[in-house]
Design a binder for this molecule. Sequence first.
Ligand code: NAP
Length: 293
Amino acid sequence: MSARIIDGKAIAAELRAAVKAATQRLTSAHGIVPGLAVVLVGDNAASKSYVTSKSRALHEVGMRPLDYHLPAATGEAELLALVKALNDDAAVNGILVQLPLPPQISPARILNGIDPDKDVDGFHPLNAGRLMTGLPALTPCTPVACIKLIKTVHASLDGLDTLMVGRSHIVGQPLVQLLLRENATVTIAHSHTRQLPELCRRAELLCVAIGRAECIRGDWIRPGATVIDVGINRVAAGGGSRIVGDVNFAEAVEVAGAITPVPGGVGPMTIVCLLVNTLRAACAQAGLPPPDV
Ligand code: NAP
């Protein structure tokens, strides 16, 4: 059996078109062009490429990217001052500080300094708490992307036996909250979990975000299961390198019912979910109802 490939690129393109249309409606009806400040500190090559893709994606849907590139030696107080200025700037609807930050800067202090209403990454403790308690919140983009992809396979997640491998604050934990909201039955695994292969074999829905290249093997997967692979790992290949997920795709595709590829699965959807959050933030700040995307 060969699994259905969950085509994140194509699904993201559809959502991007809907976001573009909703942005055009917001601009023509209310004169608002959603603005997202994207802050990069230092010269990390992967971060630079993420920031460039995000800015391009904003342009494409008619939003305004506001790029801030600070030197690697920037101090915490200086970055906090920039965040405060962006909090106070009405033309800025969302603020994204690209991680990782250089070692002299505490990411927690910076993320906690962002106005929760402009926190389009959804990492502020207030938004995390709101998500946990079922209140409306700006929610981290990657977990939202995963849910949207899962729903292209499962109209309902009610009671679905689900394993979340990974418990980070960025992916695993918020995804668990969203899965619970959909009434999935969720087990959480992490680096201290015993008998991970057996747990995986039980899951009808297997979500993996661990940052370990091709760790999940084909014979760990329940036949017909849906597999969501969040991992992005660069591995050596033929004198160069290539990107692989946390799941061994070549093996898993023979067993799973549906699977996200890497690249081309969760990644493209994540960027579009950032656009959705920026649009949501802009609407909320203008006292308008949430957009229908
Ligand atoms: P992270 O903060 O490093 O967290 C990794 C989690 O995986 C931790 O909870 C850790 O357990 C668990 N873990 C590590 N090794 C394990 C193992 N062998 N077995 C079981 N659990 C294990 O990583 P993250 O930020 O969540 O990112 C995870 C992956 O997703 C990375 O490859 C990252 O690049 C990728 N990612 C992709 C996107 C996207 O848009 N596609 C977005 C964000 C992240 P402990 O808690 O016990 O340490």
